[in-house]
Design a protein around this ligand. Structure first.
Ligand code: C5P
Length: 225
C-alpha cells in the first residue's frame, strides 16, 4: 500500500521513543527522533564554542551543521561533522542546556525544514515514524496518523529515573524531578505538547506498561491504514 507517515508527540518520559522505534521496526518504516536533532544542534554549538544565549550566533552556527540522521529503527544513529554522537548527546550536561537551543525560533525553523525533508524522502520510500514535541502540529500536521502520548508526572518520573539512573527509588526520583520538570517547563514556552491538537489521538500510558501502550498505539495506526 501507500507509504505511511506517523507523527508522535509527547513529553519526556511518556515512552514515545520506545514506542515509536518499536512501531517503526514492526511496520518496516523509517524512524526519526527529532529530539536527537535538537540535541545534535546543541552539541554542535558547544563544539563550535558559540554562546548559547547569542540567539543570532546560535542560529548561524546551526545553519551550517553537517548533520546526518540514520533512520534505521534497529540502529538509529546521529552523525555530525563525521563524529557519531548518538551516545554523547544523551549526557546530562547537554540535556540541561538543550532547551536554550530548542527555544531559538530560527533554530526551530531550520530543524523543522530538515525534518520535513527527511519525512518527505522517507514517505517516498516505505514511510516513517517521526517523534518529538511539535510533529503532529507544526512539522507534519498532514501525517496519516497523529498521536499524542501522555503520562502523568509520577509515571514519567519513574520511567526517566530508571532510564537515566537505573533505579526508581525515592531519592533518584527526586533528583530526576529537577531535570525533567524544569526541562518540560523550559520547552513549553515554545510548544504545547501536553494537549492534543484537533485530529490528534491521545494515548495515556500512565497505567500501562510498554506492551499495553504499544498495543494501544498499534490499534490506532491499524485503524488509519
Ligand atoms: O525528546 P528529547 O528529550 O530527546 O528532546 C530533547 C529536547 O529537544 C527537548 O527537551 C526539547 O527542548 C527539544 N525538542 C523540541 N522539539 C521537538 C523535539 C525535541 O523542541 N520536536
Amino acid at each position: 500500500g501507500r507509504a505511511l507517515v506517523v507523527a508522535i508527540d509527547g513529553p519526556s518520559g511518556s515512552g514515545k521513543s520506545t514506542i515509536s522505534r518499536r512501531l517503526a521496526t514492526e511496520l518496516d518504516l523509517a524512524y526519526l527522533d527529532t529530539g536527537a536533532m535538537y540535541r545534535a544542534a546543541t552539541w554542535w554549538c558547544l563544539r563550535r564554542g558559540v554562546d548559547l544565549t547569542d540567539v543570532d550566533g546560535v542560529a548561524a552556527v546551526v545553519r551550517q551543521m553537517p548533520l546526518v540522521m540514520v533512520t534505521d529503527p534497529a540502529a538509529p544513529r546521529v552523525v555530525c561533522d563525521d563524529v557519531d554522537i548518538t551516545e554523547a548527546i544523551r549526557a546530562s550536561e547537554l540535556s540541561a542546556v538543550v532547551s536554550r537551543v530548542a527555544t531559538n525560533l530560527d533554530v526551530r525553523a531550520e530543524l523543522g525544514r530538515l525534518q520535513r525533508e527527511i519525512i518527505a524522502a522517507e514517505a517516498g520510500r516505505n514511510g516513517i515514524v517521526a517523534e518529538g514535541r511539535d510533529i503532529t502540529t507544526v512539522v507534519a500536521p498532514d501525517a496519516d496518523v497523529r498521536l499524542l502520548l501522555i503520562a502523568d508526572e509520577t509515571a514519567r518520573l519513574a520511567r526517566r529515573a530508571k532510564e537515566l539512573h537505573g533505579t526508581a527509588d525515592e531519592a533518584t526520583v527526586a533528583r530526576t524531578r529537577d531535570e525533567v520538570v524544569r526541562r518540560d517547563a523550559d520547552d513549553s514556552t515554545v510548544s504545547t505538547f501536553m494537549t492534543a491538537a484537533d485530529g490528534v489521538v491521545t494515548v495515556d500510558s500512565s497505567a500501562y506498561g510498554v506492551e499495553e501502550t504499544f498495543e494501544a498505539v498499534l490499534s490506532v495506526v491499524e485503524a488509519a491504514r
